[in-house]
Design a protein around this ligand. Structure first.
Ligand code: SF4
Length: 112
């Protein structure tokens, strides 16, 4: 239940992994051309003011600190699942600082 595909948001893995469709289930006989490209290892979600949140799915421990701490920002039912415009810079920094795996990181811009 805790395995997930690279790029999955924390809670999405629990809801969609029952069929065992993660990348590790693929066999060597799969054609690389038949599969969609792998998602980037680290995704970046930028705000209009230049600050950004990055997420590295491979590190996520599914502890849920992010979705509990800022549900308007981290919502696995939405796409993108991280919407950093919905909180203050200080709130983002505080909640992202609680991420136990360092899957989430926060970047302030030079202007802020
Ligand atoms: S706080 Fe970090 S480890 Fe926990 S679910 Fe969010 S991204 Fe994953």
């Amino acid at each position: 239940m805790t395995s997930s595909s690279a790029g999955d948001p924390p809670d999405a893995a629990a809801g969609t992994d029952a069929a065992g469709t993660d990348a590790t289930a693929s066999s060597a006989t799969d054609s690389a051309a038949a599969r969609p490209p792998d998602p980037p290892a680290i995704r970046r979600y930028a705000r209009a003011d230049g600050a950004a949140v990055t997420f590295e799915a491979a590190l996520c421990e599914h502890a849920g600190e992010c979705v509990r701490g800022l549900p308007d920002v981290f919502d696995t039912a939405k796409r993108p699942w991280i919407q950093p415009e919905h909180a203050s810079l200080d709130a983002l920094e505080t909640v992202i600082g609680r991420c136990p795996s360092l899957a989430l990181k926060f970047e302030r811009s030079a202007a802020n």
